[in-house]
Design a protein around this ligand. Structure first.
Ligand code: CTP
Length: 414
């Protein structure tokens, strides 16, 4: 977000005080913030506070001679990378939808050719009113982005949807917008032609006896999509997959395995490779001395299972000496403090990149079709917007291709 110019429109709602915090957060991330404060907005926050935090003039009046001479409303509306309306009241959304220009905020929003993100804030009945629903739907159909509103207790004593998104949520929405806007174009052609890639995917099944096993909820969707995306960019892909219920991805050699140890053996057999992406949810433990015969109920009660640690495939590939792939990418499935744990995991496993995702139950990542990830590399942390698993795969494959483009060893170009 560094260097980005945000024009923040603050309309009149009790949530306007949160916009002060938002200004601070945006500036912390290196953005510059210029603010338009509506007449009603100024009833909730003082122009002086907004001015002090933005370190800029606060623009308030369509008819102000000084404001117009310093910065005309057309320029104000164009001189930003993103317009953020927070709080976006029912009234301002209605005026935006109708294309009105009856105050500076509405005029700026009508005159802009830049993307607009709104953070609605209003009473639950106002939010649920068909007029507001229709206005919001119309604005979204024109490409206006939205964050929130959230459910919660309202200042008016009612409970429901209408609370403005928290400043950190708005900040994340802004960051996600810029991450999308800055995403490199997918490389044209087959930039990974001549490269060998190894991808692990799916869960592993660790037998307890011949009919029972320990497993996890991984669907294999993300790993399979990555294999397909790398193949599409021209790589020769070996996909080593645990048991899944999805079709083999096109253009890949597929090795189906059950256990972590089989997965490791299949990966080692697939070397050498230039790229390894470990997307499998490998069971960390297997049952020590699993039985060759079906365990029977008996007088002794339920059997005690002793677990023993499985080999770590990602760490093994990352430390494979001369056979180490030039780029090793791991995944980190976390349920909290995602970036912190994943950064530590990158160091511990010795891989180059970590794709970190939040698999907390509410996110629907495991088994679902979408994923919100952070790409962690030696250069830092890159938050990606919430994307379909295919889009995450395409973006990761694009980043991998970019890493290799122009980096082809001399003997291969000779
Ligand atoms: N991984 C692997 N072999 C294992 C365990 C994990 O290759 N035996 C890989 C996964 O494919 C993934 C990465 O390691 O790329 C991280 O997996 P994750 O389950 O998040 O980490 P764990 O190693 O299980 O660490 P922790 O239990 O501390 O979260």
């Amino acid at each position: 977000m560094a260097g980005k110019r945000i024009l923040l429109v603050i309309a009149g709602g009790i949530a306007a005080y949160k916009s002060l915090e938002l200004i601070r957060r945006l500036k912390e991330r290196g953005a510059s913030v210029r603010a338009v404060l509506t007449k009603a907005g100024a009833e909730f926050v003082t122009p002086l506070s907004v001015q002090a935090l933005t370190e800029d003039t606060v623009y308030r009046d369509l008819w102000s001679l000084t404001d117009e001479s310093e910065m005309g409303h057309i320029q104000l509306s164009r001189d930003a990378d993103l317009l953020v309306v927070a709080p976006a009241t029912a009234d301002l959304l209605a005026r935006m939808a109708a294309g009105m220009a009856d105050d500076l905020a509405a005029t700026v929003l009508l005159a802009t050719d830049k993307p607009v993100l709104v953070a609605p804030a209003m009473n639950v009945r106002m939010w649920e009113h068909p007029a507001t629903r229709a206005n919001m739907a119309l604005l979204e159909s024109r490409g206006v982005l939205r964050v929130g509103p959230n459910d919660g207790a309202m200042a008016c004593g009612e409970y429901g949807a209408g609370r403005m998104a928290e400043p950190m949520e708005i900040l994340e929405a802004v960051a996600a917008f810029f991450a999308r806007a800055n995403a490199p174009e997918p490389p044209a052609g087959r930039p990974l032609a001549g490269r060998r890639a190894l991808v692990t995917s799916g869960p592993t099944h660790e037998p307890i006896d011949p009919v029972r096993y320990i497993a996890n909820r991984s669907s294999g969707k993300q790993g399979h999509a990555i294999a397909a995306a790398l193949a599409e960019l021209g790589a020769e892909v070996t996909l080593v997959t645990g048991p899944v219920r999805i079709p083999d991805p096109p253009g890949c050699s597929v090795r189906a395995v059950e256990t972590a140890r089989e997965m490791l053996a299949a990966c080692e057999a697939a070397l050498p490779a230039d790229i390894a992406v470990c997307a499998a949810a490998v069971a960390d433990w297997r049952v020590a001395g699993s039985s060759d015969r079906k365990l029977k109920k008996g007088a002794a009660g339920p059997p005690a299972l002793t677990l023993t640690e499985n080999p770590d495939i990602l760490a093994t590939l990352s430390r494979a000496g001369e056979r180490r792939p030039a780029l090793v990418v791991g995944f980190a499935a976390e349920t909290g403090d995602v970036v912190e744990y994943a950064t530590a995991k990158r160091a511990r496993k010795g891989c180059d990149w970590i794709v970190a995702n939040d698999v907390s139950p509410g996110t629907g990542t495991f088994g679902g079709d979408e994923n919100t990830v952070h790409l962690i590399t030696a250069d830092g942390v890159e938050p990606w917007p919430r994307l379909g698993k295919d889009a995450v795969a395409a973006r990761l494959a694009g980043a991998i291709a970019a890493r290799f483009t122009g980096n082809i060893p001399a003997e291969e170009t000779a």
